[in-house]
Design a protein. Structure first.
Lengths: 113, 115
């Protein structure tokens, strides 16, 4: 499978715990995006990378959220001190460049209890 | 801020009929648009894209129309099948302000196909 891969697919965590998600983009895609989606809503932009550089962060990305793409390939999204409001589907997408086809992974569904 | 929205939240069509899903965008600086299909529990699936220098683009059973004058985007699905049942999102992007090609999504339209 050469599509965008996300791991894990599901995560249940207790409030206050830290969680980390991983995204493997399509090979040779320079851009990598993170989105969050809640039930009945469209994906909301969180942040994106151009290679290893994090170029833009949404106001939705509080101080508890951090994303990295250290080698310009895979990326991780960490949420510290999770809250119930963090429960959502976290989606990763990649594209070759700006304003080109962006392909999504299957997402990581986070449930904070 | 400016964002992408949809005219109709739900659409029900008969199998075999054509479907038209509409989307209004408000940012005239957007120059790239994508339609996605999302099935329950899955990530959005790329359907078709169009750039602002075009007004129509066709794919397999799908056509996207762009009307920049009224900032309107539509997705036409020919001979709609039960497998087309899903939520459809339009997304826009462009190089403006602090955004360099970031995709902004609307809320989605749920398409239900009746057999």
């Amino acid at each position: 499978d050469t599509g965008v891969s996300q791991d894990p697919r599901h995560k249940i965590t207790k409030r206050g715990q830290n969680v980390t998600f991983r995204c493997d983009p399509i090979s040779e895609h320079n851009r990598l995006y993170w989105y969050r989606q809640t039930l009945g809503q469209g994906p909301e932009f969180l942040t994106y990378f151009q290679n290893e550089a994090q170029l833009e962060k949404s106001r939705l990305l509080s101080d508890r959220f951090s994303a990295e793409r250290p080698k310009g390939s895979f990326s991780t999204l960490e949420i510290q001190r999770t809250e119930q409001g963090d429960s959502a589907m976290y989606l990763c997408a990649s594209s070759r460049a700006a304003n080109t086809e962006a392909f999504f992974g299957q997402g990581t569904r986070l449930t904070v209890v | 801020g400016e964002n992408v929205g949809l005219h109709l939240p739900t659409l029900s069509v008969q199998e075999g009929d054509n479907s038209i899903i509409n989307c209004a965008y408000s940012n005239s600086a957007s120059d790239y648009f994508i339609w996605y299909k999302q099935e329950s529990g899955k990530g959005p699936q790329f359907i078709i894209d169009i750039r602002s220098n075009m007004d129509k683009r066709q794919g397999q059973r799908v056509t996207v129309l762009l009307n920049k004058t009224v900032k309107h985007l539509s997705l036409q699905i020919a001979a709609t099948q039960p497998g087309d049942s899903a939520v459809y999102f339009c997304a826009e992007s462009g190089n403006y302000g602090g955004s360099q090609g970031n995709l902004i999504f609307g809320k989605g339209t749920k398409l239900s196909v009746k057999p």
